[in-house]
Write a protein that binds this ligand. Structure first.
Ligand code: ZN
Length: 246
């Protein structure tokens, strides 16, 4: 018999260690799932309807170990300040301050790339983020058009944004694809996979076996890229979320 507890969207249930499980209804969700909201530091049980929240809670309860592991591994996030080292295209880049208000730029030095920028505090962080966003846009637009061409697809509108935990989404009806700029911190092959993942949704809006065969045509076996994002995703999503200022 199914539980008939009247769970409601937005409700928070206590988990061990002072953490919380937030209940969320997403009518576009196809099934119940759990995700970790790195920004809020809580687990989220997602169900397609309020009626199914009980199932989502039961599922979350059965995955407590996984949830606790993810929540305790939650990185604090590097502050975007001079001296910080960020992952960048699968390697790393050091942030350096220059006097004045110059915008950030990428310098390829003999000892690896550096990002130098003017501005102080939040202004420095904003300039660095803007540069990473621009770099991400250029790389993602390039890979997107390559995959579009491979599938004989026309152009799409590409938007670069910064969702709390997602990497991208595709709306086939409006031919629009959104990407998180943070993927520029991942290895180039992972960025390429993300572009292929979203472009393939123009052919199949779901994650069916036929969808994955389109992805495989574009980038080969996606398993290592998906594993990379599962392992490092939360860390990349945490970078720069915390400011250096109290
Ligand atoms: Zn997808």
């Amino acid at each position: 018999m199914k539980s008939s507890l009247p769970y409601r969207t937005g409700e928070r249930l206590p988990l061990e260690g002072g953490h919380a499980l937030r209940l969320s209804v997403n009518p576009r969700a196809r099934r119940i799932s759990i995700r970790i909201d790195t920004r809020a530091g809580e687990a989220v049980a997602v169900a397609p309807s309020e009626r199914r929240l009980g199932d989502a809670v039961a599922f979350a309860r059965s995955r407590t170990d996984w949830i606790m592991e993810r929540l305790s591994a939650r990185p604090d996030g590097t502050v975007l300040e001079p001296g910080a080292v960020l992952p960048f295209r699968g390697a790393s880049v050091r942030l350096e301050a220059v006097p004045g208000a110059a915008s950030a730029r990428l310098i390829e030095g003999a000892d690896g790339p550096r990002i130098v920028s003017g501005g102080e505090g939040q202004a420095f962080a904003r300039r660095v983020t803007n540069l990473l966003r621009r770099t991400a846009r250029a790389a993602l637009e390039a890979r997107t058009s390559i995959h579009l061409r491979a599938l004989g697809q026309g152009p799409v509108t590409v938007t670069i944004n910064d969702p709390a935990s997602r990497w991208g989404s595709c709306t086939p009806r409006s031919r629009s694809i959104r990407y998180s700029w943070r993927v520029i911190m991942a290895p180039p092959a992972v960025l390429d996979y993300l572009a292929a993942h979203e472009v393939a949704h123009l052919v199949h809006a779901d994650h069916s076996p036929s969808y994955w065969s389109v992805v495989r045509r574009l980038v080969g076996d996606p398993t290592p890229f998906r594993a990379w994002l599962r392992e490092h995703g939360a860390a990349l999503h945490a970078i720069g979320r915390r400011t250096g200022e109290p």
